[in-house]
Design a protein around this ligand. Structure first.
Ligand SMILES: NC(=O)c1ccc[n+]([C@@H]2O[C@H](COP(=O)([O-])OP(=O)(O)OC[C@H]3O[C@@H](n4cnc5c(N)ncnc54)[C@H](OP(=O)(O)O)[C@@H]3O)[C@@H](O)[C@H]2O)c1
Length: 370
């Protein structure tokens, strides 16, 4: 499938998915398997956690708010038979706070359990109302929350991944709009030095108008880049796994399409939003008419978490509606020689290490990828 066909299908899925035949991931017996799902107290994460628990898995809901997390545990348990309460738990983690991620992983180390499914799902469209766009170290809050927290968590928990572990990242169709940051800078002979510098196909043409009206840059470029990094991470993590002989571990990224969840209630839409974040404004206004139900949007993630290591499911790829799609990362990869890919992906990987303050093996690790 070509890149442009994938983009066209993604747009169709956003608008017409309610008319599609519902996805039907096969039921697997996950008894004895352990899953961690971040951002599992609502929306897609809660649906994934519920579906995995219904297939028999022990599930840890990794949530930043214990009150909401405990309510989510009660909701999952209520859908299971009486033994269910012994295998659904809520653990606290704020993936936007790397110290909290470290604390979560330290606690897991004490628990010492093997992880069969690690689902990085927690995410935000923009920083919570009234909060800053960057953290105390100047890192983009959306990027930290949607991606860097997952990177650090995977780094720390890698040693606990079982031999057939599946790592799944809830990415987004929105990752395509990072094209201005991932492709155009290359053609211009340099990488963007910040998220806002990169632009993007949605934001770029609006830049001058926003400047004229005194409206700041919306979070769409950050969101798109964070989602593109998730897709790239799935590919690179797979390569890292595959560097071990007889590897059975897998990594996958997926888009839930346009799914009705609480995320759209978390950002206000005014006339300014139509200029700063037109895509988010459009999605919020049309959600009730167009978006699919939460459980439907979660199904590709459930399928990859439960079946991701099985034959016929390509490893390290990007999926939508249980179909492999060509991602922006696939496009970039296809334009580079092996050597260019090795150098460029290695440098991005080292950037993630710098940003999270972790050393995931020697620096050469990423250079041996691919
Ligand atoms: N809905 C869609 O159409 C759509 C489309 C593409 C991609 N996605 C992706 O799907 C994922 C799930 O979103 P959703 O639509 O299901 O929305 P949601 O219901 O708002 O779920 C997001 C979850 O992430 C949690 N979260 C946010 N920031 C966190 C942090 N710093 N630490 C820990 N947990 C945090 C939220 O917890 P709180 O309740 O405490 O805020 C919530 O549980 C996100 O990554 C989103 O980007 C959604």
């Amino acid at each position: 499938m070509t890149f442009y066909t994938s983009v066209a299908k993604a747009i169709f899925t956003i608008i017409f998915a309610r008319l599609y035949t519902p996805q039907s991931p096969p039921h697997r017996n996950l008894k004895g398997q352990t899953a961690i799902v971040t951002g599992a107290n609502s929306g897609i994460g809660l649906s994934i956690a519920t579906a995995l628990a219904k297939q028999g898995a022990t599930v840890y809901l990794a949530c930043r708010n214990l009150e909401k997390g405990d309510a989510a545990v009660a909701s999952v348990v209520s859908q299971l038979s009486s033994e269910g309460e012994k295998r659904v738990f809520c653990w606290k983690v704020d993936v936007g706070d790397l110290e909290s991620v470290r604390a979560f992983c330290a606690k897991w180390e004490k628990e010492g359990r093997k992880i069969d499914m690690l689902v990085h799902n927690a995410g935000i469209a923009e920083p919570p109302v009234g909060t800053k766009k960057t953290d105390e170290k100047g890192r983009d809050v959306v990027l930290v929350t949607n991606f860097l927290g997952s990177f650090l968590m995977t780094c720390f928990l890698e040693g606990y991944l079982s031999d057939r572990a599946r790592v799944v990242l809830t990415s987004s169709t929105g990752h395509y709009s990072a094209i201005g940051m991932m492709v155009r800078p290359r053609m211009d002979g340099g990488a963007p030095k910040s998220v806002s510098e990169g632009g993007g196909i949605v934001q770029g043409p609006l830049g001058r108008l926003k400047a004229y009206l005194g409206i700041g840059t919306g979070s769409m470029p950050s969101y798109a880049l964070s989602k593109a990094h998730q897709v790239l991470f799935a590919a690179l993590l797979q390569s890292r796994f595959d560097s071990t002989p007889n590897n059975q571990r897998t990594a996958h990224a997926f888009s839930p399409g346009f799914t009705s969840t609480p995320i759209f209630g978390k950002f206000p839409v005014s006339w300014k939003t139509w200029i700063s974040n037109p895509l988010f404004a459009f999605l919020k206004v049309t959600e009730q008419y167009v978006a699919v139900e939460t459980a439907e949007g979660a199904k590709t993630g459930v399928w990859l978490a439960s079946c991701g290591g099985e034959q016929g499911i390509e490893r390290g790829g990007y999926w939508e509606w249980m179909c492999r799609r060509m991602s922006l990362v696939d496009l970039v990869r296809s334009q580079l020689t092996d050597e260019e890919w090795r150098v460029e992906s290695g440098s991005v990987w080292r950037g993630w290490e710098d940003d999270t303050g972790c050393t995931w093996g020697p620096p050469a690790t990423a250079e041996t990828l691919m």
